[in-house]
Design a protein around this ligand. Structure first.
Ligand code: TRP
Length: 351
């Protein structure tokens, strides 16, 4: 496939992107809590790989976080530093990545207003991601969703296009948002003339990590998250309570690793050869669950220890994190201003 064809696609796989330092990628996170290993396998690892291939911009989407946390500004504020520390700890390099804070780029908000004319309420209500989220947030929204939440895809389209991003690395759940962004771009360009770039979603590993409790999703609200910043004792306590094959009562009972969360986690953290071993021993009733859990604790700690250590440096030097964010925001704002100039010119708002 030629590069042109690739770029015309609406989504491509991470393995298929051709490195190009003249192109920009943009992705973001809502600051609503610390990151867990679901984020690590689902997106952070691929961001680390991408930072050497493209100009990487990562937005701390505090304005978007407020769309469903407007009643909890403390949580959002506290989480800004936390998520950037997590990102730095896993190996995202502030010399390669531009980290910036959404609310400090007013051009994004301005662009959101312009885009809001190009989207219908019905189209927003049909967005599958938004639809699912509204259904999950009945407690917050009651019978009628806010204008801000319903419209967050418009604001996210502004996040992306404000920085002229070519690629947007995201998980599957975000695809409807990228699709909606592309529609807005096409509409804008068809009315006001060719101005904006249509971004392409880059599918990251697409791995959804189950909780140690067997829940198909890991999340803070589900109480089953293993955080990147968890210390050894916390890891121990979480792994020891993990769900194993319930029909295994005695150590020499034959086990079924396919329904065991400890085995599932070994596959994430323990090397392949050893996993085969574990699987066979379990099936043959030759390994006890407690020993198996202890081995898993070690494997997890081997991965998380260097992340924790690196994070500790930033926890002790919060100013360093803020400096990274402020320098990144300055750099991002220059690009946002350039985009706004072009946009206003196209819209005949260039007084
Ligand atoms: N909606 C994304 C999420 O919930 C976060 C986000 C905000 C984002 N702005 C973005 C992702 C721009 C990609 C591009 O995870």
């Amino acid at each position: 496939m030629s590069e042109k064809e690739l770029i015309n696609d609406e989504k491509i796989k991470l393995e298929d992107v051709k490195p190009d330092k003249t192109l920009r990628i943009l992705t973001g996170d809502r600051p609503t809590g610390k990151m867990h290993i679901g984020h690590y396998f689902g997106s952070l690892k691929s961001r680390v790989a991408l930072q050497d291939k493209f100009q990487t911009f990562i937005e701390v989407a505090d304005v978007q976080a407020l769309t469903d946390n407007f009643n909890n500004p403390d949580k959002v504020k506290k989480s800004v530093n936390q998520i950037v520390m997590d990102e730095l700890a896993v190996g995202l390099d502030p010399n390669k990545v531009t980290f910036f804070i959404q609310s400090l780029i007013p051009e994004i908000a301005e662009l959101t207003v312009f885009y809001s004319n190009l989207v219908t309420i019905a189209r927003l209500e049909r967005n599958p991601t938004v639809k699912t989220e509204i259904a999950q947030k009945k407690d917050l929204f009651g019978e009628s969703v806010t204008y801000g939440f319903l419209g967050y895809p418009v604001s996210q389209a502004a996040d992306i296009t404000c920085f002229d991003a070519t690629y947007v690395p995201v998980g599957e759940d975000q695809l409807p948002l990228i699709e909606q962004c592309r529609e807005i771009v096409r509409k804008f360009n068809s009315i006001y003339g060719d101005t904006l770039r249509e971004p392409v979603a880059v599918m990251s590993s697409n791995m959804r990590i189950k909780g140690l409790d067997g829940n198909v999703k890991m999340g803070k609200s589900l109480g089953n998250a293993l955080y990147l910043s968890d210390d050894l004792d916390t890891i121990k306590q979480k792994v020891m309570s993990a769900v194993t094959d319930p029909s295994r009562i005695r150590k020499d009972d034959k086990g079924n690793p396919d329904i065991c969360m400890v085995y599932y986690y070994h596959n994430l953290f323990t090397d392949k050869e050893e996993c085969k071993n574990i699987c066979e021993e379990c099936k043959a009733g030759k390994r006890g669950c407690v020993a198996c859990k202890k081995q898993l604790i070690e494997s997890i700690n081997k991965v998380l220890e260097p992340i924790r250590d690196k994070r500790k440096h930033y926890e002790e030097n919060p100013k360093e994190v803020m400096d990274i964010l402020m320098a990144g925001t300055d750099k991002a704002r220059v690009i946002a201003k350039e985009t706004m100039e072009k946009v206003k010119k196209s819209m005949k708002l260039d007084y």
